[in-house]
Design a protein around this ligand. Structure first.
Ligand SMILES: Cc1cc2nc3c(=O)[nH]c(=O)nc-3n(C[C@H](O)[C@H](O)[C@H](O)COP(=O)(O)OP(=O)(O)OC[C@H]3O[C@@H](n4cnc5c(N)ncnc54)[C@H](O)[C@@H]3O)c2cc1C
Length: 496
C-alpha cells in the first residue's frame, strides 16, 4: 500500500554521510527539530566505502610489513604464512558495522528523525522523499518519532523545512572514458573492498591519496604494483618534497611509480587487463595486471536532487558553490551545502565535512560561528610511508610573494626515526625573519598521528619561537618536529 504524507521540521538534511550526520547531530543538540534523509546507510562513503574500511585494511598491511621488518632488521625469526582475505574482511566489516551502529545510536539519542529514502528538492523550503521499500516497511509509521528509526512507508512524503535545508549528498568515484569499471577487472575503490580475493598484480591509475593508499596496501599484501599518475609527481597537491620522499619510499618497497605517465588503453581479458602506459620518457610500456584500479578523483552527487526546483545550479565540475562561504549557504537563502558537494578550498575530506556540518547547524540555530579555517585542515595519506601536512607548501608560499624560510630534517636524524628505519622527513615553511608558520609537511611512520600539533601551530598563527618554547618528549618521532622549530627560532640543538 502506498502512502502520501506531509510533514514539517526545522531542518532537513539530505544525505547521512559525515557531512550530513554531523549537521543533524549538532542541530538537534541545539534544540532544532531535524529530519535526516538517507537512501542507503548513515555514515556514508567514509564509514562504508572510504576512510574506515581502507584504514582497517592498511592496519593489516602494516602488520604484514612488520613481519618482514622483524625478520630483516631485528632477528625475529618470523615468516608470513598467508593472508586470509576472508578473515581480514570480516574484521574490517565488523569495525564498520560497530561504527555504523554507533552513528545510528548517536542520531537516535539526539532525537534526529532518520528517514530511509531518496530525497529531492521541490522548492526552496520543500523536499519530496520517496521511501526506500524494505521488508519491515508495511507496518512502519509514516513519520518516525524523534529518536525512532528508520523506514517510512513506501510512497511519497513531502517535507517543509522551516529553518533550512542542508545538501550533503557527497560524491562517487570519477570514471574515465575507455576505462569504465566492470567491478571485476577494472575497479573503483568501492569495488576493491568487495573483491573476492587479493590480486597478484594491480595497475593503479591515479596517484592521489586513494590511489597511493591502495597501491601501498596491495604491495604489502604481496602484489606486483604499478602506479600511474598523469601529473609530474604523485600526490601533486602536496609539497614537492613530500612527493619526492613518498615516491622514494614506495619505490623502495618495490612499487613501480610512473609519474608524468599516461594510460593509453587497457584491454580487459579473462584473467586481467593488458594495458599500455606512455612513460614520462615517452616510451610505451605494456603492463599486465589482474586488476586495474581507477582512482582518478571523485565527482559530486547531484543527479535527481532537484536543484533546479529550488533555483540552484552547479558549477561546470558539478560542485554546489556556496554564495557565502562563511555560512556555507548557497545562492538560495536557507539552503546550505556541506562535504564533498563543495568545491575547493573544501578538501573533500571527512574531518572537513564534520567541521562544515557543525558550522551549518550552528548557523541554522542562529549562532554566529567562525567559518571553517580550510588553511588549517590537515591532509593525510595513510600509505607506507605515510604523509601528513597542513598549510601551504613551499611552492604555494613562494607564489604568494612573501619571503619564506624553510627548514627540513630527515626523521632518521632523531633516535626514534632510526629505530623505525623507514626514512621520512619534517619540513616547515615559515615567513622569513621568524614570522608566522605557513606550512608543515611530514613523511614517515606514524605521521598521521604527529600532524595534530602542527595543525594547532598553523591554525593559531604561531611563530617558530612560540613552538620552540615547548619541550618534546624524548625519544619520539615528534622530536624531529620540535628540533626543526628550534633551529628556525635560532636555538638549534642537534641541527646547527
Ligand atoms: C577510499 C576512500 C578513502 C578515504 N579516506 C579518507 C580518509 O582517510 N580521511 C578523510 O578525511 N576522508 C577520506 N575519504 C573522503 C571521505 O570519505 C569523504 O570526504 C566524506 O565521506 C564526504 O562526506 P559527505 O557527507 O560529503 O558525503 P558521503 O559520505 O558520500 O555521504 C553522502 C550520503 O548521501 C546519500 N545520498 C546521496 N543522494 C541522496 C538523496 N538524493 N537522498 C538521500 N540520500 C542521498 C548517500 O547514500 C550517502 O550516504 C576517503 C574516500 C574514499 C573513497
Amino acid at each position: 500500500m502506498s502512502t502520501r504524507t506531509t510533514n514539517t521540521t526545522d531542518v532537513l538534511v539530505i544525505g547521512g554521510g559525515t557531512g550530513g550526520y554531523s549537521t543533524a547531530l549538532r542541530a538537534a543538540a541545539l534544540g532544532l527539530d531535524v529530519v535526516l534523509v538517507e537512501r542507503d546507510k548513515v555514515g556514508g562513503t567514509c564509514l562504508h566505502r572510504g576512510c574506515i574500511p581502507s584504514k582497517a585494511m592498511l592496519h593489516a598491511a602494516e602488520l604484514v610489513d612488520g613481519i618482514a621488518e622483524a625478520r630483516e632488521r631485528w632477528g625475529v625469526k618470523a615468516t608470513l604464512d598467508s593472508v586470509d582475505w576472508a578473515a581480514l574482511v570480516a574484521t574490517r566489516d565488523d569495525i564498520v558495522a560497530r561504527n555504523h551502529k554507533g552513528v545510528e545510536a548517536h542520531l537516535a539519542h539526539a532525537g534526529v528523525r532518520v528517514v530511509r529514502g531518496s530525497a529531492r528538492l521541490t522548492g526552496t523550503r520543500t523536499v519530496r522523499v520517496e521511501g526506500v521499500p524494505t521488508d519491515s516497511t508495511p507496518g512502519a509509521p509514516s513519520m518516525p518519532a524523534p529518536g525512532a528509526q528508520h523506514e517510512i512507508a513506501p510512497g511519497v512524503h513531502d517535507f517543509t523545512a522551516r529553518r533550512g535545508i542542508v545538501l550533503a549528498t557527497g560524491s562517487r568515484p570519477r570514471t574515465l572514458p575507455g576505462f569504465a569499471p566492470d567491478g571485476r577487472r577494472v575497479v573503483t575503490s568501492d569495488d576493491a573492498l568487495f573483491a573476492p580475493g587479493l590480486p597478484a598484480s594491480v595497475l593503479v591509475l591515479g596517484g592521489g591519496a586513494i590511489g597511493v593508499e591502495y597501491a601501498s596496501f596491495h604491495r604489502s599484501m604481496g602484489a606486483e604494483v604499478t602506479l600511474v599518475e598523469a601529473a609530474d609527481r604523485i600526490v601533486p597537491l602536496e609539497d614537492p618534497d613530500v612527493s619526492r620522499h613518498l615516491t622514494r619510499g614506495l619505490k623502495k618497497r618495490g612499487i613501480d611509480v610512473q609519474a608524468g605517465a599516461r594510460l593509453l588503453d587497457a584491454e580487459v581479458r579473462e584473467n586481467g587487463v593488458r594495458a599500455r602506459v606512455r612513460t614520462a620518457r615517452g616510451e610505451t610500456r605494456a603492463v599486465e595486471a589482474e586488476r586495474l584500479l581507477v582512482a582518478v578523483g571523485r565527482v559530486p552527487v547531484t543527479e535527481g536532487l532537484g536543484l533546479e526546483a529550488a533555483g540552484l545550479t552547479t558549477d561546470e565540475r558539478g560542485f554546489v558553490v556556496p554564495a557565502d562561504w562563511g555560512r556555507l549557504e548557497t545562492a538560495v537563502p536557507g539552503i546550505h551545502a556541506v562535504g564533498d558537494l563543495l568545491p575547493p578550498p573544501s578538501p573533500g575530506l571527512a574531518h572537513a565535512s564534520f567541521a562544515e556540518g557543525l558550522l551549518v547547524a550552528e548557523t541554522l540555530a542562529g549562532l554566529a560561528s567562525a567559518p571553517v579555517d580550510y588553511g588549517a585542515v590537515p591532509r593525510v595519506t595513510y600509505s607506507s610511508p605515510q604523509t601528513a601536512s597542513v598549510g601551504l607548501s613551499e611552492t604555494e608560499a613562494r607564489a604568494r610573494g612573501s619571503e619564506v624560510e624553510v627548514n627540513t630534517m630527515p626523521l632518521t636524524a632523531v633516535a626514534k626515526g632510526m629505530v623505525h628505519g623507514q626514512g621520512g622527513m619534517v619540513k616547515v615553511v615559515a615567513e622569513a625573519g621568524g614570522g608566522q608558520v605557513l606550512g608543515v609537511h611530514l613523511v614517515g611512520p606514524h605521521v598521521s598521528e604527529m600532524i595534530a600539533e602542527s595543525q594547532l601551530i598553523v591554525g593559531w598563527d604561531a611563530e617558530p619561537a612560540d613552538v620552540a618554547r615547548h619541550v618534546h618528549a624524548h625519544p619520539t618521532l615528534s622530536e624531529a618536529v620540535g628540533e626543526v622549530f628550534l633551529t628556525l627560532a635560532g636555538r638549534g640543538l642537534h641541527q646547527q
